[in-house]
Ligand binder design. Structure first.
Ligand code: ADP
Ligand code: MG
Length: 276
């Protein structure tokens, strides 16, 4: 839609931050829905045993549902577990079930334990413009599988005290995986989440993040919004739950920025609240 560029090759984005509650899952599902609404084909891979991304996309993920666990541990083809997301054309999800909690341990003894997700994605035959991987809040083998599977790391940062604390560890892991397993890996995108422009703290954190990372930080930040936090309990993203809300508009704008940056365009005209 709207002449947004679609990537020539599938862009695989790993949404990671080992801190919990910073907006990884919220960012994964809402950016994915936005990119699909912009006309792309998008797959969300839920790699968190909590299955919050599956829930937020309205995807059944009770224990018997074929899931990303079967792909990683049982070598089931990804196409056997992918489900379409209702209400959003072009959006798909590989759900996580509670089984995935055991995978961190079960993977240890398997061959190619770090590259099982990469192989599964490479063998997937349906065309995709984007794969967004929602990581658990840890740096174990599940997250390593994600870091091996794609080139781009997207880090959501909550505009709070200690926002940058622990990021060093994630960045070192990115370096390690880049050095040993995946030379294409890099931090491509930083997104400021739960931004409250009325507080000095939020703007201080935003300044700190921008001076630390620079060009990787999206110009659009995501405001704190009740509509964003309500949507998952209806099995919806905010893009369908309340399309006119500031939360929906800001995720849509962030997705536009991501699509344009992928096409080499960094100067995105401002057009939505939550920008700047
Ligand atoms: P993570 O996946 O990093 O643990 P979540 O995406 O689950 O983080 O977000 C943590 C909590 O914060 C959830 O309850 C979510 O609904 C809420 N939340 C995330 N982003 C926003 C936002 N922009 N405004 C309001 N609440 C948000
Ligand atoms: Mg999460």
């Amino acid at each position: 839609a709207e002449g947004m560029p679609r990537p020539e090759q599938t862009r695989i984005m790993i949404v990671a931050n080992q801190k919990g509650g910073v907006g990884k899952t919220t960012t994964t599902v809402n950016l994915a829905a936005s990119l699909a609404l912009l006309g792309s084909r998008v797959l969300v891979i839920d790699l968190d045993p909590q299955g919050n991304a599956s829930t937020a996309l309205g995807i059944d993920h009770h224990a018997e549902v074929p899931s990303i666990y079967d792909v990683l541990v049982e070598s089931k083809p990804l196409s056997d577990v992918v489900q379409p997301v209702r209400d959003v054309e072009g959006l798909f999800c590989a759900p996580a079930t509670i089984d995935l909690a055991g995978a961190e341990i079960e993977l240890v003894s398997l061959v190619a334990r770090e590259s099982r997700l990469q192989r599964a994605i490479q063998s997937y035959e349906q065309p995709l413009d984007y794969v967004l991987i929602d990581c658990p809040p840890s740096l174990g083998l599940l997250t390593v599988n994600a870091l091996v599977a794609g080139a781009e790391v997207l880090i959501p940062i909550q505009c709070e005290y200690y926002a940058l604390e622990g990021l060093g560890q994630l960045l070192r892991n990115v370096e390690l995986v880049r050095g040993h397993l995946n030379p294409t890996l890099h931090v491509s995108t930083i997104l400021l989440t739960m931004y409250d422009g009325r507080t000095r703290l939020a703007s201080q954190v935003a300044d700190e993040v921008r001076s630390h990372f620079g060009a990787e930080v999206l110009r659009t930040s995501i405001p704190r919004s009740v509509r964003i936090s309500e949507a998952p309990s209806y099995g919806q993203t905010v893009l369908t739950y309340d399309p006119g809300s500031s939360g929906a508009l800001s995720y849509f704008e962030a997705a536009r920025e991501i699509a344009l940056r992928g096409a080499g365009v960094f100067e995105v005209p401002e057009s939505a609240p939550g920008t700047g």
